[in-house]
Structure formats: structure tokens, C-alpha cells
Design a protein around this ligand. Structure first.
Ligand SMILES: [Zn+2]
Length: 558
């Protein structure tokens, strides 16, 4: 018996499974819209010398190169008819970055009515926002909770809004995670940390103060802190208001007292200043206590602000209910560029292009948008993000992940460095992947159904193989080193595509002519397929896997 084509189509649409197969077939066809020609054009523009590596605008340092690149993406989105999600009907979502410089001629402090002299009695170790801070002081020993032993120096105290006086030999700089090689867990110094894993075995003063809403930290002087004692003005710079943990500057201000000032603070409290000063070397700390004294510090500062921005748009989903659930597709548009190299006309020996990191992902995601528009519209909505500030502190993603959109986001897909390959038969160069391989992190350890969807994508969009070696919660590429960090902190699943870094990473030699355009095409096709399948699945992506110990405070979206 012969069947007409019309009859086949009618039968297919009568059966939901067949209809879904037809949608997938159409999505596969749409992947052909991801072409080398357009990717070459986009990546060459974004990574052109004229854009100077697209440094994020900083306080006091505008960046015409970033502006040009952002305008280019916005113009493409407008041509494609993507809904703008930025400020006042534009594609540009601004946020504020503040640089505060302590005015050392005006900063002041007092214990009760007794003034403390800046530079003689105390210095400011860290602060972000100026202003007066006044509250009671609680002594909390070394401030470290030993979770398995049940040691909790905060037990019985409400630390919210209070100053915490602490012996914290490891509390040092102002950043939660060092920008370079930031493998250390957040908020933990390099030396002298307790044995074990943060979040599993212990938590530190910085984390407890932050999550508990403490007003500030007073550090007992150590030889190391006294050796670094300086009257130079402290500078703080971060998002304002600062949100997030990974790469955030500590929001809780810290001051250091001299031993003499500490004696004044502890006088008459029943805690011996000698015992406190000797505690680190003895490994024995006096019991925690509310000192019953008030400390007032006026962090007078001069402030310079910048208003960097992300480029954002929305592709609305096709299902009336599921379109309220969003999946983000992100690439950071900014590059890692020294301040001087982003100033036009500044004579520099080196020209930054930030081609693989991350003009590659930025151009790939533009191609994915073209495929999404050509294929069947997935049921869920896709939030399209080209973010800024990734290279300086995840500013753009911290803004989004801690903003109202995070309520809707169920999965974050990111393409960060997808355009470089180790030449066939060549020696290893860092962890750079081969031309037929891309690293993926996230689904395997976090989510059963998202991993199943990824496996389906690998079968249906077999353009490139994957290596899951960084699918390891202990890997810094998992957390906190990438733009995915803030989403993880908010309990949002992630899926990251990444080619591995090599000797050109963050250097002027990260140039567009070194890119493997065929690889960007292949990764973009797979990434599109994985995104489409997850966005079109009636089942929501669920984080039912492990929670990394470095994210002990996180409640995953199950
Ligand atoms: Zn990057």
C-alpha cells in the first residue's frame, strides 16, 4: 500500500513522539546555519587590533575597544530581531563598579569615646564602600568552625551587624580568590589553613562573617600583618553593590590594630590581651565573648565609578508555560588586557586581541543565535548574554546571577575559549585540546537529566568529541575560575565548553590568525544541539548530583 507524503506528515503530527522527532530533525537541519564564513568574519572583527582586546571599562578608564565590540554584537542582534533585555529598551545592561580610595587625612575610629589614631593605632586592611560603621565587638577566637569536631566559636552569639575581633593568621588580601591560578578555595589564605576541605571540614572567619552579616572584622596583629603595616591609602574596587563570592572583593571591611590598641580594646573585658596575642603560637584561644564595647570606624573615601555593561537579549520560548523557564547562553566578550593596552594611541610593544579568550565564544554564540532562529523555537526561553568584567572579577555574571533573572534560570550554557586546537601530532601545549575534541564540564556530576540530554546531543550533533577530564569538582575550571561560578553559587546548573588554555593564554599572542575556525563551527553546532535539546525537553534540567564542597552554602535548584 502506498502512503502519500501528506498522510505521513499527518500521522507524524498525530503522534507526539513523532512530532518531537520531526522537531529534532529540523533543529539538526538548522545547525547548518552555523558556518565558517560568518564566524571568521565575526571573530576577525571582535579580535581586530582596533578593539584592543576589549578590556572592560573600569573606573577612570573607559574602553573604546569594548564599546565597539558590544555595539557590533548589538547591531547583529537587532538585525536578527532579538528582543533587547538591557536598559531603556537597549541591549546594554549596565552595572556599577566603584573604586574607593581611603582618605587617610579624614578616616577615624574610636572605642567608645576613646579615639584611635589612623596609622598609629590601626590601619584598614580591606574595605569596599565608605561610610560610618559602629557596633559592639565580639571576640571569636580564631574564627574557624571545625565542622566534624563540632568546634564553633560563634555558638551562642548573634554576629549580624557586629564587629568580630579575631585571631586570623591567614586573613590577608582583599580578594576572595586570586585572579591568577585561583585554585585555592574562596576566602582561604594560602598558609596555615586548617587541614581538610573548606565546607566539609572547616569554615573560615571571612565566610562566616559574610554569610552571617557581620559589620566588620578586627584582626589581632600578627608578625605578618605588622610587617605589612602601611600608611598608604587602602583601595577597594568591585561591583557596587557587591554580590557573589567567586572573585568578589570581601565586602566585610577589616581593620588591623596595634598590640597597644588591642590592649585598650580588651581592657576590663575579662579577656587577657597577652593570651590573645600569644594564642596563635600556642594554638589555644580564649573563649568567645561579647566585649560589651563599641567600635566606631568612619571609612572616609574618595570614590570613582564606572558603568560597564553586558550585552543581553531574549529569544522567547514557544511553550506558553515553559517559556517562563530560561536557559542562558553566554560568552564573555571582554578580554584580559592590562590597563595601558586599552588606551587608544598608547604606544605599546604588544597588541592584545583576546581571540580565543573569548572572541571565539562570542562569535560562536552569534552563530548559535542564527541557528536558533532558523530551527524550531525551543519550548524554554534563551537568555543571550555577552558579558563584561569576566577577566577582572566576574562582574557581569555576578550582576546577572544575583539579579532577578536568576529566579527563571534553570541552566547556564557557556562557550568560553572554543577556537584553539593542539596541532595534530604536536607536543602538548598546556591542556590545549586536539582539533576533534572539546572539554565539557557540569552535567556529568551535577545533573542526571542534563547529562542524558548532552549524550543525546553528542549522538544527534556528532560534530566533535568531548573530553570530560575537568568534570571534577576539585578542578578550578569547575569552580570558581570561570563565568559559571556565580550561577553555581545560585544553585543554577551549568554546562561549559572550553578548549583548554595554552601558552598564548592572556597574552598578546592570542591572535585571530591562530584560531581553528572549523573547531569553533563544530563546538558551536554541538553547543547549539545541547542547548536546543535541553530547552525543548518537557522535563526541567535538575541539579540532582553533588554539591561541590567549596559551595557548601548553596541550595541547588532540584
Ligand atoms: Zn575566558
Amino acid at each position: 500500500m502506498l502512503t502519500t507524503l501528506a498522510a505521513v506528515v499527518a500521522m507524524a503530527s498525530a503522534n507526539p513522539a513523532d512530532a518531537q522527532d520531526a522537531r529534532l530533525a529540523a533543529a539538526k537541519k538548522a545547525a547548518e546555519q552555523i558556518r565558517a564564513e560568518e564566524i571568521r568574519r565575526d571573530v576577525d572583527y571582535l579580535a581586530s587590533d582596533a578593539n584592543m582586546g576589549r578590556r572592560t571599562p573600569h573606573p577612570g578608564a573607559p574602553s573604546p575597544g569594548y564599546d565597539s565590540a558590544a555595539a557590533y554584537i548589538a547591531a547583529r542582534l537587532k538585525t536578527l530581531g532579538i528582543k533587547p533585555m538591557g536598559d531603556s529598551g537597549t541591549y546594554f545592561q549596565h552595572y556599577t563598579v566603584t573604586r574607593s580610595t581611603l582618605d587617610t587625612t579624614k578616616v577615624s575610629a574610636a572605642i567608645g569615646a576613646e579615639p584611635l589614631q589612623w596609622g598609629d593605632d590601626f590601619v584598614v586592611n580591606n574595605f569596599l564602600i565608605g561610610g560610618m560603621r559602629e557596633a559592639n565587638v565580639i571576640y571569636v577566637g580564631n574564627g574557624t568552625r571545625l565542622l566534624k569536631q563540632g568546634v564553633d566559636p560563634y555558638a551562642g552569639f548573634d554576629i549580624k551587624g557586629k564587629w568580630l575581633l579575631v585571631n586570623a593568621p591567614t586573613a590577608g588580601g582583599g580578594r576572595a580568590t586570586a585572579a591568577a591560578g585561583g585554585a585555592a578555595p574562596p576566602n582561604v589564605g594560602r598558609g596555615g589553613v586548617p587541614p581538610g576541605i573548606v565546607g566539609v571540614d572547616y569554615t573560615t572567619i571571612s565566610e562566616v562573617a559574610r554569610h552571617g552579616g557581620a559589620l566588620g572584622i578586627i584582626l589581632v596583629p600578627t608578625p605578618a600583618l605588622l610587617a605589612r603595616w602601611t600608611r598608604a591609602a587602602t583601595v577597594g574596587q568591585d561591583l557596587n553593590p557587591s554580590v557573589g563570592i567567586a572573585y568578589a572583593q570581601f565586602q566585610v571591611p577589616r581593620i588591623v590594630l596595634t598590640a597597644a590598641a588591642l590592649r585598650r580594646l580588651l581592657a576590663g573585658t575579662g579577656i587577657s590581651a597577652d593570651d590573645v596575642l600569644a594564642a596563635d603560637s600556642l594554638g589555644r584561644y580564649p573563649a568567645s565573648k561579647d566585649l560589651g564595647k563599641r567600635l566606631k570606624v568612619d571609612f572616609v573615601a574618595t570614590v570613582v565609578e564606572a558603568r560597564p555593561y553586558n550585552v543581553v537579549g531574549l529569544l522567547e520560548g514557544s511553550d506558553p508555560r515553559l517559556k517562563e523557564e530560561w536557559i542562558s547562553l553566554a560568552a564573555h566578550l571582554d578580554g584580559a588586557v592590562p590597563a595601558a593596552a586599552s588606551v587608544p594611541g598608547n604606544a605599546l610593544p604588544d597588541q592584545y586581541n583576546a581571540a580565543d579568550d573569548n572572541a571565539s565564544g562570542s562569535a560562536g554564540n552569534l552563530a548559535i543565535v542564527r541557528a536558533l532562529l532558523a530551527g524550531p523555537r525551543p519550548k524554554r526561553s534563551i537568555l543571550l548574554i555577552w558579558d563584561s568584567g569576566e577577566e577582572v572579577g566576574l562582574w557581569g555574571t555576578r550582576t546577572i546571577a544575583y539579579g532577578p533573572w536568576s529566579e527563571k534560570l534553570v541552566l547556564h550554557v557557556s562557550n568560553d575559549m572554543i577556537g584553539k586546537s593542539r596541532p595534530a601530532n604536536s607536543a602538548r601545549n598546556g591542556e590545549l585540546s586536539a582539533p576533534d575534541t572539546i572539554y565539557i564540564t557540569g552535567p556529568k556530576v551535577l545533573s542526571t537529566n542534563t547529562e542524558a540530554n548532552l549524550q543525546k546531543a553528542l549522538k544527534e550533533f556528532p560534530f566533535i568529541k568531548t573530553d570530560r577530564v575537568y568534570e571534577d569538582i576539585g578542578s578550578s575550571f569547575f569552580y570558581p575560575r570561570t563565568d559559571a561560578g556565580p550561577y553555581l553559587e545560585r544553585g543554577i546548573l551549568i554546562m561549559q565548553f572550553f578548549n583548554g588554555s595554552d601558552s598564548d593564554y592572556h597574552r598578546p599572542t592570542d591572535e585571530p590568525q591562530k584560531l581553528d575556525i572549523a573547531k569553533i563551527v563544530a563546538v558551536s553546532k554541538l553547543s547549539y544541539g545541547a542547548l536546543w535539546i535541553a530547552a525543548d525537553d518537557v522535563n526541567r534540567p535538575r541539579w540532582d548530583g553533588i554539591v561541590p564542597s567549596t559551595l557548601w552554602w548553596v541550595t541547588p535548584k532540584r
